[in-house]
Design a binder for this molecule. Structure first.
Ligand code: MN3
Length: 203
């Protein structure tokens, strides 16, 4: 069954932008809870246990489960995978990749404009959810927010860069200052990881 992924860096690696206490609770409690609840649902469906979380979400509407369990898989499968992707695109190192920059510039004009749009959409999103940069079915970049733990995989899109907008992602350090969290985020984006996801997106 699915295991809580290990962080690819230490809990304090993203200081001072994302603090050690937030990381401990976010990874050790919240992400663990999504993992446990996903496994709890899957325990009822041995034939679904071999599917990767991204396949479960890609196939969400057609899975042979009842509606209550479909909702649980959407929320906890999404919560499980969204956080696994998020830890991977964060890191203490940051250097934007040139190939990705070329595509971002072609789509958004400049990296600065892209960052502004990403931040604006994150600011406008009401309540819990995530901001997503994805490659759509045609391989084009698209930017949007989704509520709760909804996953771009269920839309047939592949996530490239994502930001957790749930209060648990920033409340200990930033309280109601979501804007400061959105600003701090850009200091801990691991662009190498983003570029890897971008390159592999069609697989
Ligand atoms: Mn979260």
């Amino acid at each position: 069954m699915h295991k809580l992924p290990k962080l690819p860096y230490k809990y304090d690696a993203l200081e001072p932008h994302i603090d050690v206490e937030t990381m401990k609770v976010h990874h050790g409690k919240h992400h663990r809870a999504y993992t446990d609840k996903l496994n709890e649902v899957l325990a009822k469906y041995p034939n679904l246990q071999k599917q990767s979380p991204s396949d479960l979400l890609r196939n969400l509407v057609s899975l042979p489960v009842d509606d209550a369990d479909r909702a649980l898989l959407r929320n906890h499968g999404g919560g499980y995978l969204n956080h696994a992707l998020f830890w991977d695109v964060l890191g203490p190192e940051k250097a934007i990749d040139e190939k990705l920059v070329a595509d971002v510039e072609q789509t958004y004009g400049s990296v600065e404009t892209f960052r502004d749009r990403f931040t604006t959409q994150s600011t406008r999103h009401f309540g819990s959810g995530w901001t997503w940069l994805v490659r759509d079915g045609d391989g084009k970049l698209d930017l949007y927010t989704l509520p709760n733990q909804d996953s771009p995989y269920t839309l047939g899109h592949t996530p490239i860069l994502m930001l957790d907008l749930w209060e648990h992602a920033y409340y200990l350090k930033y309280q109601n200052r979501r804007a400061d969290y959105l600003k701090a985020f850009w200091n801990v984006v691991d662009w190498d990881a983003v570029e890897r996801r971008y390159r592999d997106a069609r697989r």
